[in-house]
Design a protein around this ligand. Sequence first.
Ligand SMILES: O=C(NCCc1nnc(-c2ccc3[nH]cnc3c2)[nH]1)c1cc(-c2ccc(F)cc2)cc(O)c1O
Ligand SMILES: [Mg+2]
Length: 215
Amino acid sequence: TRTSRPQRILKAVQTKATVGDPQSVITAIDHFCRHREWAMNVGDEKGSILDSVVNEVSPVTVLELGTYCGYSTVRIARLLPPGACVITLEFNPDYAAIARQVIKWSGLEDKVQLVEGASGDWIPWMKEHFGVQAFDLVFLDHWKERYLPDTKLLEECGLIQKGTVLLADNVICPGTPDYLEYVRNSPHYNSQYYRSHLEYTKVEDGLEKSVFLGY
Ligand SMILES: O=C(NCCc1nnc(-c2ccc3[nH]cnc3c2)[nH]1)c1cc(-c2ccc(F)cc2)cc(O)c1O
Ligand SMILES: [Mg+2]
């Protein structure tokens, strides 16, 4: 049977990128998705904004919701100092299997914990299972209707503390209206929109950065 799009992305990494070189993995995926087949990676344009936020926050613990093929996982992990790590949650086992291989090819497996399962099931266990006190940075890039309920769940579980930064992809396309309304109107968040484009296209999209101000 036909290969899947994630399998074709992995093949592009394995034929075009150098083992242990995260930048070459990022470049290979962006080239494939721009010139061969569109895919829902955060991409190079929004990816540069993600990089600048990671560098600004210098996080020790990062939560990524929605791994897909591991493109943004590699973007984040390549910027982390020794001892820092990204926990990334993926619901789809086929995506997770590809992402593990992409992350391994980039040589960043020591900085990444890939967890397979639903965000709603896993978030309540993060403290106990991973010894996480609170996240310094959360990158939301999973099902768009999960952004708001999962943000509220992270708050309830004490995984968001004063200074935690939430960075949300796709707030315009496909769009996350209820999440945007919440973080922009809540007195507990300082929110900022970074205008950009949907990955590999001219369609408007952007990232929303929201800093938790405490209770
Ligand atoms: O759906 C998206 N991303 C989500 C994938 C995912 N990968 N993992 C999950 C997960 C992970 C844990 C979960 N726990 C509970 N649900 C979960 C879902 N979700 C997405 C879609 C588009 C897009 C734009 C325009 C179009 F015309 C078509 C598509 C663009 C993007 O940048 C996206 O990120
Ligand atoms: Mg996205």
